[in-house]
Ligand binder design. Structure first.
Ligand SMILES: [Zn+2]
Length: 111
């Protein structure tokens, strides 16, 4: 079977290859951390960069890519710190990304 993240050969009856399993463990252990911290931790696993990139862009469950989920977690932590109820979903992140508002992170996305 092919790995559901990086699409490399994962072995019989495995949805996920060994490298991506490690990346997933690191990501889950650091949920809510900022993107740079999580990226550092992913790189520290020794998994090749192109596999990390594929892992981040993968969307095996159709619930948004790992990258968008990290962004949603990050935003919710920030809103919580500001006393707002967390409510940024992965779908919101995808919508904002598609709108192209993130070319300037310090500006409001255009409606
Ligand atoms: Zn993989």
């Amino acid at each position: 079977m092919r790995c559901c993240y990086c699409l490399e050969h994962a072995g019989w009856w495995r949805r996920c290859c060994r490298a991506c399993r490690r990346l997933l463990d690191v990501y889950l252990a650091h949920r809510g951390a900022d993107m740079a911290t999580i990226l550092d931790c992913l790189v520290a696993t020794g998994v090749p960069q192109h596999t990390i990139e594929r892992f981040l862009d993968a969307d095996p469950n159709g619930r948004g890519s790992v990258r968008d989920r990290i962004a949603a977690d990050m935003t919710n932590q920030l809103l919580e710190a500001l006393g707002q109820r967390p409510r940024q979903s992965v779908a919101d992140v995808q919508r904002i990304r598609k709108r192209g508002g993130w070319t300037a992170l310090d500006h409001r996305p255009r409606e």
